[in-house]
Design a protein around this ligand. Structure first.
Ligand code: ASP
Length: 339
């Protein structure tokens, strides 16, 4: 009896995994069909079709590409059991987070993967990552958007590239890995497919007029005055659990009033990677949060905070509705809830 093989759509977008050496440095040039030819073992458990919507270093991937990927998944959703997106690692965490908001409640797995070395080198992480990804996308218990990389399966909203060269480039931030894959065996730590409620839901818009501003000691808050016309929302990376400067005659304070009064989103986050924000611990933070009823990112990653803000701003112009959307948990992105 032949084993039922899952039907997977492999969507190749470029990145190191598909790169070759050129005079000007590494650049994508291996196409989707070729990528697949390096992992012939996949035939044991899945059948794969390929698509190549673009071929880019992920440095050049942004909102319009995330929408295009979500659109491809929507158009092919009924035909395939799972999806694997090959992508550069540099902005992979943004793409995985964005897809988590653009494709919600998916009972089918959507895997984002890539590698630190091109797939055609003799020593590379690419073949393992791609084969693991196809395996995970073919697994009955897998669902939703995840990154598969370096033997870890990380929820799409929880991944961060923490190493620029090592094979274990990605970490799961403030949340456990969903699963690990060792020697082709998947061990689930979070096995919750039966909790997916409702139908898959696709979204088609993002508002990318979002500014991420990282504080440095002594920063002049009037920088926000200059940027005011160009953005509908700002995420400010404050210090520690959420320290926000009080330098006396306070341009930040005035600017946050101006942005809030204009109906723009002002979100506070921490520049510390692990453990998240809690702006109410110190007076420097609590005061400004209370005065302007500001929102904060709590335990969310910056990549998830940025893309969730883009997604929620595109859904609504109302501050209250934005708050409701942002504080709703999507794909494990937020555990600490506002008090
Ligand atoms: N610059 C590459 C990219 O993000 C890096 C990688 O894929 O590892 O496309």
């Amino acid at each position: 009896m032949t084993k039922h093989r899952k039907k997977i759509l492999l969507i190749a977008t470029g990145g190191t995994i598909a790169s070759g050496y050129t005079e000007k440095g590494l650049a994508p040039r291996i196409d989707a069909e070729d990528l697949l030819s390096y992992v012939e073992e996949h035939r044991e458990f899945c059948r794969v079709d390929v698509l190549q919507p673009f071929s880019l270093d992920s440095t050049n991937i942004y909102g319009k590409h995330w929408l295009e990927l979500a659109d491809i998944i929507e158009k092919n959703y009924g035909v395939y059991d799972g999806f694997v997106i090959c992508h550069g690692t540099d902005t992979m965490a943004f793409t995985a987070a964005a897809l988590s908001y653009l494709v919600q409640n998916s009972r089918k797995p959507i895997v984002v993967t890539g590698s630190q070395k091109p797939i055609n080198l003799p020593v590379t992480d690419a073949r393992t990552n791609l084969l693991d990804s196809l395996r995970f996308a073919s697994e009955e218990k897998a669902h939703g958007v995840n990154i598969v990389f370096g033997g870890k399966v990380i929820a799409g909203t929880r991944a961060k590239k923490e190493r620029s060269k090592s094979y274990n480039a990605f970490s799961s931030i403030n949340y456990p890995s969903v699963a690990v894959i060792q020697d082709g065996r998947i061990v689930f730590y979070i096995d919750d497919k039966e909790k997916v409620a409702g139908d898959v839901r696709f979204f088609h818009e993002l508002n990318d007029r979002v500014l991420l501003l990282k504080l440095i000691p002594g920063m002049d808050g009037s920088v926000l005055n200059r940027l005011f016309p160009y953005y509908d929302g700002v995420i400010i990376e404050a210090f520690g659990v959420g320290g926000f400067p009080e330098y006396g005659e306070e341009p930040f304070y005035q600017e946050i009033r101006r942005w809030s009064d204009a109906g723009k989103i002002v979100m506070l986050a921490t520049q510390v990677t692990h453990e998240g924000s809690d702006m109410e611990v110190y007076r420097v933070g609590k005061t400004i949060k209370e005065d302007f009823h500001l929102m904060e990112a709590y335990d969310m990653t910056l990549e998830a905070t940025v893309t969730k803000t883009m997604w929620a701003m595109a859904q609504t112009g109302s501050a209250e509705e934005f708050r409701r959307l942002f504080y709703g948990t999507v794909n494990h992105d937020l555990l600490l809830t506002p008090v």
